[in-house]
Design a protein around this ligand. Structure first.
Ligand code: SAJ
Length: 454
């Protein structure tokens, strides 16, 4: 079967689009295609989410500029509707699969229950000649080895004869969903070159960025590799920070001078790596190969970054001991619970790992985050009476805090700084015991917990 008839419907905007998974990627993607003139049907398992969307209300948390208005408009126009019923996809010429693809926290292998269920539910209704596009981030080989067999077996169809397959990974970021979907470049991996070209014609209707054609496996590798690349870069910065602590250098000054060397761009060391993408995608990349290809760097970078909240606990304990403040009623203030500055997103929050560690150590804590319910409130009130102020996120709200005011309310004048919110020397001059990631004053160094070895 030729893909030409589909291309004509894409160009005429008579192609009907289905979107499976109405989360923070699928919903804005569906709305953008609806806004571009296509009839879009969204599928989600959650009936309450479906009802909310059909009422023109966005279920996506956080501040997402443009999304609520866009959703209301396309629902009002009847261009976008949501349902739990997969049968509605029988008329879809194009189906985007945008379901969650989590990774097992212990085995680091992908959990494809949602992806497999979506394929099994779609297959019996898949229209002849339809194009299925995976937008979820998947391990290289998933399109060919997981999605294709399910669609063929459960739909009685053959790839590139009765349906076509594509991989077009998203590059969204919380707080910039609409802007990123419109402006960032996308990779269009097709089961045939003609399929990739058809994807370009489709995505060109909503994407201003570059659209690069390739094959399925390349598109899968690109997405997972681009995030593994970032994870390794961050891990390098964190490892240099550990060295700086041990040798008495200041990693922030080191980084500033390193980055003056041409072609260097050392990223920021910190209290850990959270979010929905970076902790997960390196494992999706790594799980594409069997253990006979012994990967070293990617797992090790995950180990380094996962260790940073535990290193923060080390720094806290050392500072409390230095101040002779390890008591039964010792209590620290964890400042920042979101995974990223000026965000309310707490997915894979490093602060959650720190809190768990402090529980294990029997050290009490309170949590504050100006962006996250239920941790909002006056910072000084939260810190009052604590034995340390522990900065896990560099929220703007923390950057203006007054050291003297902090010192006045703290029971013990300790700052443990995971994101260089304060200059170490200035904090020490203000009478604090200051411990910071990468702040090498030679007095205090952390260690990587052995139980977290890759
Ligand atoms: N982090 C560091 N040091 C750094 C950068 C980040 O410790 O130098 C930490 C952050 O504090 C956070 C985590 O890593 O806990 C992730 O931060 P991020 O800036 O990578 O933000 P994300 O998780 O939203 O990553 C997304 C990714 N986008 C997609 O997957 C579509 C990533 O590819 C982008 O590079 C990143 O946004 C971005 O550049 O903003």
């Amino acid at each position: 079967m030729s893909i030409e008839p589909l291309v004509e419907r894409i160009e005429a905007k008579t192609a009907r689009i289905g979107v499976i998974g109405l989360g923070y990627v699928g919903l804005p993607a569906g709305c953008l295609f609806a806004d571009a003139g296509y009839s879009v049907t969204g599928i989600d398992l959650k009936a309450d989410r479906v009802a909310m969307i059909n009422a023109g209300q966005s279920p996506i948390e956080g501040d997402e500029p443009g999304l609520a208005e866009l959703l209301a408009a396309v629902v009002e126009r009847g261009a976008f509707r949501a349902t739990t019923d997969y049968q509605t996809l029988a008329s879809a010429d194009i189906v985007l699969i945008v379901v969650d693809t989590p990774v097992d926290p212990v085995s680091h292998r992908p959990h494809y229950d949602g992806l497999r269920a979506a394929c099994r539910s779609l297959a019996p209704h898949l229209k002849d000649g339809a194009l299925v596009i995976i937008e979820s981030t998947v391990s290289p080989g998933t399109a060919q080895n997981v999605v294709r067999p399910l669609l063929e077996e459960h739909g009685g169809k053959r790839l590139n004869q009765d349906f076509f397959l594509g991989v077009c990974p998203e590059r969204v970021m919380p707080g910039k969903l609409i802007a990123n979907l419109i402006n960032l470049s996308r990779v269009c991996g097709g089961s045939t070159p003609e399929t990739a070209q058809a994807m370009v014609k489709l995505y060109r209707q909503v994407v201003r960025g570059e659209l690069d054609t390739t094959d399925l496996i390349t598109a899968e590798v690109v997405k997972t590799a681009e995030n593994a690349y970032r994870d390794v870069q961050i891990a390098f910065a964190n490892e240099v920070a550990m060295i700086c602590e041990a040798v008495g250098a200041d990693v922030w000054r080191v980084r500033e001078l390193v980055n003056k060397s041409p072609g260097r761009q050392m990223l920021l060391p910190g209290a850990g790596v959270g979010g929905h993408c970076i902790p997960k995608d390196p494992w999706l990349l790594a799980s594409a190969v069997t253990p006979d290809i012994p990967l070293q760097l990617i797992p090790a970078a995950r180990y380094v970054n996962d260790s940073m909240p535990l290193h923060m606990a080390d720094l806290i304990v050392r500072a409390l001991k230095d101040a002779d403040a390890m008591r039964r009623d010792t209590r620290v203030a964890i400042l920042g619970y979101a995974y990223l500055e000026n965000s309310d997103d707490t997915r894979n929050s490093p602060s959650a790992v720190l809190a768990e560690r402090l529980d294990a150590l029997g050290i009490g804590y309170v949590i504050h985050d100006p962006w996250v319910q239920p941790y909002q409130g006056d910072v000084y009130d939260i810190v009052a009476g604590c034995d340390a102020a522990v900065f896990m996120v560099k929220h703007q709200a923390y950057c203006g805090l007054d050291l003297a005011a902090l010192r006045a309310v703290l029971k013990t004048p300790i700052i443990v700084d995971g994101r260089r919110v304060f200059d170490g020397a200035a904090a020490e001059a203000a009478g604090f015991i200051y411990a910071g990631v990468g702040f090498g004053n030679g007095k205090r160094t952390g260690t990587y917990p052995k139980e977290n070895q890759p």
